[in-house]
Write a protein that binds this ligand. Structure first.
Ligand code: SF4
Ligand code: SF4
Length: 419
């Protein structure tokens, strides 16, 4: 929808400022332009003709984390993140978009094999120091103005991608029923294949069959950027993949993917056959965090005692209302002492590729999160989104804290009897 069509929603903002306390970018910058009230005021000014669409809008529109925390602290529940996504879409149409995004959304993310090849090249560059040469030549700047600084957020890259080890196909499970499609998130496949293997193993423990799917990117990065056409194309491809075989459930261990897959119906107009199809598929999508609880409880073994805290990814807590489930899982694990951190649902500042263009703000948001992690005295920090894992691991690394950062699936898997 165009911003002009959101006139009444924009008018719901009464300028009370209650969103300030909940907004990570406002708390990091202290600037009115960086809070929901300021962002909504900008959209109002556009509608009233007091502002023109121009490249000057890029910063305020793209500096929002889309975390949704403002809406939960707003009496009229102004959906600022949704408004900002629509404004970004209009910005791309009226002002233009960067070539790097066209490259990403049209030539890379729809093709998992190409993505794996690029990841191999990046891993080689990073792990061998070649990227320092590229950085010196300024080549990496094309990814975002802060890429040279943000590159260090990623430590060493894994030496393989998940589907190089587990090609798309059917894996036999140890359960008696349920055919589960494992939807492979790009972040899990490339940045965290070890955790993805743990998820597959947990699924095999409970299901009759686990189908490693030949899916592409879920479309969330394109959708958040405002490129809904690209998001729709990716969704259409994935709908074809997941409906090509009889699956009882489609499970993913990336909370961002799970949240976006559940939002597929909103990408297609009512009357479009893909709208109905995506509604049916969305009803079978499960985040690993919710599905792990639905399985019969596995036999778990005591291992060394650990103190664990949990970070709520925005796409799990506000995106899917999955708050109790991960805590129930952690409290049930033998050897785990669970400690809740203050502001556990406060965004970590990861927000996909946010640090590429807003490194300083991303680091201030991250610092607040790591302060809260430290308060718990935990030696393990767990979550369910690969982008959060990368960001949190960097936060821990740069303070030299003795805290392991890992996916929830890894913690459960480590307590299963080894087969
Ligand atoms: S967005 Fe909501 S909380 Fe923020 S100023 Fe407007 S009405 Fe108040
Ligand atoms: S979505 Fe998050 S970053 Fe954006 S205005 Fe709301 S609270 Fe702030």
């Amino acid at each position: 929808m165009k911003i002009a069509e959101h006139d009444q929603t924009i008018a719901m903002c009464n300028r009370c400022g209650f969103c300030q306390v909940a907004c990570p970018t406002f708390r990091a910058t202290g600037q009115e332009a960086g809070v929901a009230r300021g962002r909504v005021a900008l959209l109002r000014a556009l509608n009233e003709g007091r502002l023109e669409w121009s490249p000057d809008l890029e910063e305020p529109l793209f500096a929002c984390l889309l975390c949704g925390a403002c809406t939960t602290n707003c009496f009229p529940a102004v959906p600022t993140a949704d408004l900002i996504v629509d404004a970004r879409e209009e910005y791309l149409e009226k002002v233009g978009r960067k070539r790097i995004h066209k490259l990403l959304f049209e030539h890379l993310l729809p093709y998992p094999e190409r993505l794996r090849r690029v990841a191999r090249a990046v891993a080689l560059g990073k792990n061998s120091g070649l990227s320092s040469v590229a950085r010196a030549l300024g080549l990496l700047r094309i990814f975002g103005r802060d890429f040279p600084k943000s590159e260090k957020i990623i430590g060493r890259m894994p030496g393989y991608a998940l589907r190089e080890k587990f090609p798309p196909g059917v894996l036999e499970g140890r359960g008696k029923e349920l055919r589960i499609g494992y939807f492979v998130g790009c972040g899990m496949e490339i940045m965290n294949p070890v955790a993805a293997e743990a998820s597959i193993d947990l699924l095999r423990e409970a299901a009759l069959e686990v189908h490693v799917l030949e899916n592409t990117c879920c479309g969330l990065p394109a959708g958040s950027y405002g490129d809904r056409k690209a998001a729709r194309r990716l969704a259409a491809k994935n709908l074809e993949v997941v409906t090509a075989q009889p699956l009882d459930l489609i499970v993913t261990d990336c909370s961002s993917c799970a949240s976006f897959l559940k939002q597929y119906p909103g990408l297609f107009d009512e009357g479009d056959p893909l709208h109905e199809k995506s509604k049916e598929v969305a009803s079978r999508v499960r985040d690993m965090v919710e599905q792990a609880l639905a399985f019969p409880p596995p036999k778990l073994e005591e291992t060394e005692p650990i103190i664990v805290t949990y970070h709520d990814p925005c796409h799990a807590s506000r995106g899917q209302n999955l708050v109790e489930q991960p805590r129930q899982i952690l409290e049930s694990l033998p050897g785990v002492e669970y400690r809740e951190m203050p502001e556990a649902d406060w965004c970590c500042g990861g927000a996909g590729s946010y640090a590429l263009s807003h490194f300083e703000t991303a680091m201030k948001v991250l610092d607040r999160k790591i302060d809260n992690v430290e308060k718990t005295g935990a030696n393990v920090l767990t979550t369910s989104c690969p982008a959060c894992i990368i960001q949190l691991a960097y936060g821990v690394r740069r303070r030299n804290l003795p805290v392991r950062v890992c996916h929830l699936s890894e913690l459960i898997r480590e307590r299963l009897p080894q087969t």
